[in-house]
Design a protein around this ligand. Sequence first.
Ligand SMILES: NC(=O)c1ccc[n+]([C@@H]2O[C@H](COP(=O)([O-])OP(=O)(O)OC[C@H]3O[C@@H](n4cnc5c(N)ncnc54)[C@H](O)[C@@H]3O)[C@@H](O)[C@H]2O)c1
Length: 250
Amino acid sequence: MTILVTGGAGFIGSNFVLDWFAQRDEPIVNLDKLTYAGNLANLAPLERDARHLFVRGDIADSGLVRQLLARHRPRAILSFAAESHVDRSIHGPADFIRTNVLGTFNLLEEARAHWGGLSGREREDFRFLHVSTDEVYGSLGPEDPRFSETTAYSPNSPYSASKAGFSSYLVSMGLKLRPLGIAVTNVRFGFVDTKMAKSPRKPMMMTADAAATHILRCLETRPIQLTAPKLVGFLVHLIRWAQSVRVWMT
Ligand SMILES: NC(=O)c1ccc[n+]([C@@H]2O[C@H](COP(=O)([O-])OP(=O)(O)OC[C@H]3O[C@@H](n4cnc5c(N)ncnc54)[C@H](O)[C@@H]3O)[C@@H](O)[C@H]2O)c1
């Protein structure tokens, strides 16, 4: 079995890939465009690791995505690839719309076409995880209550608007308009480092149990085993975040 990770040379994606191989041997095909944000040095420990296949390319490239799906037949797609820096989005929003909305939509459509050709367990077990962000909910003042799953989206930058755009699409297609068919999970994580997490004045992001709730909701009828009880109730920082995604995939 194999999984396809996009944006796996970036900040979070590379942590996920390293954490994955620290725990498991299942191969990863890592599709990354290597924009200014992607850095192969993040993946240096995997340089000669046959489990890791790095492919430089764009999620908006339908032909490439189709070819990778046909050749490697991954059991899941983890979509980390994004333009992710707020300041850059203010000065150049076009790349954010291109990758975060159109590129991610392209990836999903190719996944759906591929999924449509599967049968039996392969079809049933196929997963698409879209990584969104807590920034879709906007900003919190020091006295504001925490974000929850029912908080209305209120993006306040081109970055968060582009993430909210695709997340809203997923929510409407998955939950309201018509089922996507393929099992899609839309996670809206934020992460904080442990220092921030201890400060009650810092606005908080999403907890692991809230993330698990998202996952369970999206999976709907399928049971899921969460084998990291220590995660529940803690704020998620980067490593835990990577781990919680891996646990979901296990
Ligand atoms: N960093 C955070 O604080 C944070 C918080 C919550 C959610 N997120 C989300 O997590 C995901 C990963 O964030 P990050 O901080 O690792 O981002 P990052 O900017 O560090 O990495 C993004 C990666 O995606 C690649 N990429 C960009 N456009 C691409 C394209 N068109 N095709 C293929 N690859 C492409 C880049 O080369 C890079 O390696 C993003 O979806 C982001 O919105 C990030």
